[in-house]
Design a protein around this ligand. Sequence first.
Ligand code: J2J
Length: 550
Amino acid sequence: MTTDDGLVTWPEDLAYAYRTAECWRGRPLGDYLWEWADRWGEQVAVVDGDRRLTYRELAELADGLAEHLSENGLRRGHRVLLQLPNCWEFVVVTLACFRLGVAPVMMLPQHREHELSAIAAHVGVRALIVPDRWRDYDHQALAYRVAAGLPGPTPVFVFGEGTRAPGRDGRDLLRADGDVEARRRRLDALAPAGDDVALFLLSGGTTAVPKVIARTHNDYEYNIRRCADVCRFGRDTVYLAVLPIGHNFPLANPGVLGTLYSGGRVVLLPSPRPGPAFAAVETERVTTTSLVPAVAITWTVAATDCGRDLSSLQQVHVGGAMFAPELAAALGPALGCEVQQVYGMAEGLVCYTPVGAPPEVAHRTQGRPLSPFDELLVVEPGTERPVAAGTIGELLTRGPYTPRGYYRAPEQNALSYTAAGWYRTGDLVRLTDGGDVVVCGRIKELINRAGEKISAGEIEMLAQELPEIAEAAAVAMPDPAVGERLCLFVQLHPGRGLTLRRLAAALTARGLAAFKVPERLVVLDELPHTPVGKPDKKALRLTLMPGVDR
Ligand code: J2J
């Protein structure tokens, strides 16, 4: 069923079943904040550089901020765009939003005007939350430009040292003075329901238009709880977050939220560079972290003779892109810990290889679903016809934490979800006899660059708006370091010329995030086409294979 607002809900009978089975507890995520503080109050919850927050401080700061946001007019059902790097403020803001029932839309620090404006308009956000500067980029100015293009006044809240926004300076909002208990009760009274949207995640996507996934408090809490359980998180867990925590994987699988849920300690770093990460492992006695394969490879190399004591590491989670078995086998010995592979998606389904799995499972599969209520169906690509057991096909899935459609996207939903509510992952998988998923490829048109998904359609549409380009096709180019890079094949208008540098400058000027800018340009007299008139990407991809002449 779809609400008037464009939210696709689970069928009533299933919702009933998920509640009865206690997958869904009907408790908003913000509710847990004080439960944690009451249980583990003086324990350190979050470490960011010199800043160490206890569970109690976290709860008090989040409540203080929630009240400020509420005084600024934000309330249950509203949405805000959240674009912060990995920092303690990110955690406080997210928890404050959960508390109020305001849903943050999780953007990445690398996103620019193109992404921010489209998503903000699509979701209908009431405020923007940004850093002042990040990696020499003025996010505050960016946010004001985005806000100016939105209907209605959209306040910008700025976090960081050099903030200058009067009244919306994050430093003024991150205070927990006054009567903490009274505030706690006031906010308890404003709490959202379990079925409310807790947050919006971005889809890796394959299309030109942005797709967002609304995750409810019920479904996200279940996902966090199951992940934390499968990964055996507990009070001894020290989780190092090095991937951008706006991503589902480091945010909640089990990631930051799974660690807090378990009474552990979260250590935040702004990047996965091995030097600072290994130093943090040593000083904080980190037990676990999550990596994408591209980072796992650099860590494998860097760990040798790194001069750091990495002996506290117990498990490393690797997912987000293809991970070759031999690389998976090499990572554990290099770091002196166990590797757990993860196959997950912001759309819901998450699979993990279990703790203690034998090498043939841990190195050669991407694990099994988190929940006994997850349904997996492997079909002939693009159909709903199951393939023979053990053979490769497209994975369809349904379950208690896999929403039934994208938010406000009926046309896309008709393509990405079947009438019976299965999500078409676009991934090619096979299931082993033991029920583990092996990811074998994909049919969806995206470029997976070090785990960051780039939609081919989005880039093609932007490229075709440039005056030089008649037709464009974005294709994944294999790469040993980052897995895949974006290669753009183009046919130009007669008499026009284009270089990679000019293409990159033009797309950047249109506000495209840097990681989505093509890294190779191939100009052809004419693109090859399939019988239905689409660019023949299979043929184009073949020309990128080593040893093939163009
Ligand atoms: C191959 N491809 C994979 C894997 C994801 C945990 C882990 C990852 C994500 C994520 C996530 C893969 N091997 N092990 O949200 O919670 C590709 C598939 C999938 C897409 C989803 C999580 N793990 N993939 O990567 O929404 O193509 O989520 O459909 O960014 O990444 O991308 P995303």
